[in-house]
Design a protein around this ligand. Structure first.
Ligand code: FSX
Length: 364
């Protein structure tokens, strides 16, 4: 498995025109919130780059992350594998099995030492090495061994980034995240159960273009995709600001498309790009389909209270997520509603409209 050829050569061999490739770079540039002028720069950089060697390891998970990336439309998985990267090991997608598969991983590690990108989905069991093994190798040993020669690691999915469902109480396997184990490599966290496919491919495209990881937040997530909450960009947000909440999933308030906050939507505390990039080629996302966000890209989302119960977070927390619209609301005196207000002494009703100034006073 010698170092793969350039991306430009691969594109030419597959008859992909410069126009098509530029179009692809424009989409990725916009996903990464880069200026449009970066598209030709990205095209030039990617075309000249060697196809990036990628080793993908899957541990305790449901294969939803791989299912998700196979639905990526921009770039598609086909683009990714045949044009941009050399996917040297992925035990769900690769044709090889048994010894040949393990040999492919070892060879890729040797041939591309210090340069390959390691992608990991799934959490790692620490209570008993035998809980999850591949080719007789424990997940812990395989991760540590493969991480040694990696240029960077991308932890995809909430399992790899935070422990995810396997870590849900009582965490029977002692599941931990990649970052809990690997401390000496750059790690990009791409949470979501599963993560948005174009977010995964966008992160890869950034690495290929610039040869470095994108700007990350305090939780190691790319800021371009996780800089805002679902609530910040939700198309139902005007109903929230007006205090109009759906009271059931199938009643008149739901048919009118009112805010799903009272039905348990975790959008105000969930950082992800679902409301902007959406899913299935930009078709929709859960809230658009009438179901609240379950917060699957946040740590411990499974244990953070019932999925269908309205959030009960401190007022200061919701203020932190209100964003520009709330600031405008405060200036204009527009009313916002906070469902916990009904629990405060003297409050008349759970949905009584209050101003941002009132919220501030109550939170003191
Ligand atoms: Fe976890 Fe991914 Fe959820 Fe499933 O690989 S993030 S359980 S979608 O599959 O790891």
């Amino acid at each position: 498995m010698k170092s793969p050829g350039t991306v430009g050569e691969a594109l030419r061999q597959r008859g992909i025109s410069r126009r098509e490739f530029l179009k692809f770079c424009s989409v990725v540039t916009s996903l990464l919130t880069l200026p449009p002028t970066m598209a030709p720069v990205m095209a030039q950089a990617i075309a000249a780059a060697r196809r990036q060697s990628v080793i993908w390891l899957s541990f305790q998970e449901c294969t939803g992350c791989t299912e998700s990336i196979t639905r990526s439309h921009s770039p598609s998985l086909e683009n990714l594998i045949f044009d941009l990267v050399s996917l040297d090991y992925h035990h769900t997608l690769q044709a090889a099995g048994g010894d040949a598969a393990e040999h492919a991983r070892e060879q890729a590690m040797k041939d591309n030492a210090g340069k390959y990108l390691l992608i990991v989905d799934g959490s790692i069991p620490m209570k008993n090495a035998g809980y999850s093994t591949i080719a007789g190798i424990s997940n812990y040993d395989m991760l540590v061994e493969t991480a040694k020669g990696a240029a960077a690691i991308v932890a995809v999915g909430t399992c790899a980034t935070y422990g995810g469902l396997p870590k849900a109480d009582p965490n029977p396997t002692g599941a931990v995240s990649v970052a809990d184990i690997i401390k000496d490599k750059p790690i990009i966290n791409v949470p979501g159960c599963p993560p948005i496919p174009v977010v995964m491919t966008g992160v890869l495209a950034h690495f290929l273009t610039f040869g470095k990881i994108p700007e990350l937040d305090a939780k190691g997530r790319p800021k371009a995709f996780y800089g805002e909450t679902i609530h910040d960009r939700c198309y139902r947000r005007p109903f929230y600001d007006q205090g109009k909440f759906a009271t059931s999933f199938d009643g008149e308030t739901a048919r009118r498309g009112w805010c799903l906050f009272e039905l348990g939507c975790k959008g105000p505390v969930t950082y992800n790009a679902c409301a902007t990039t959406k899913w299935n080629d930009g078709t929709s996302f859960p809230i658009q389909s009438g179901h609240g966000c379950i917060g699957c890209s946040e740590p411990n989302f499974w244990d953070e209270g019932p999925l269908y119960k309205a959030l009960s977070m401190p007022v200061s927390a919701v203020q932190g997520t209100l964003g520009a619209a709330a600031v405008v609301g405060a200036v204009t005196g527009a009313a916002v509603t906070w469902h916990n207000r009904g629990k405060k002494a003297g409050a008349k009703a759970a949905h009584e409209p209050v101003t941002v100034d009132q919220l501030k006073r109550e939170s003191k």
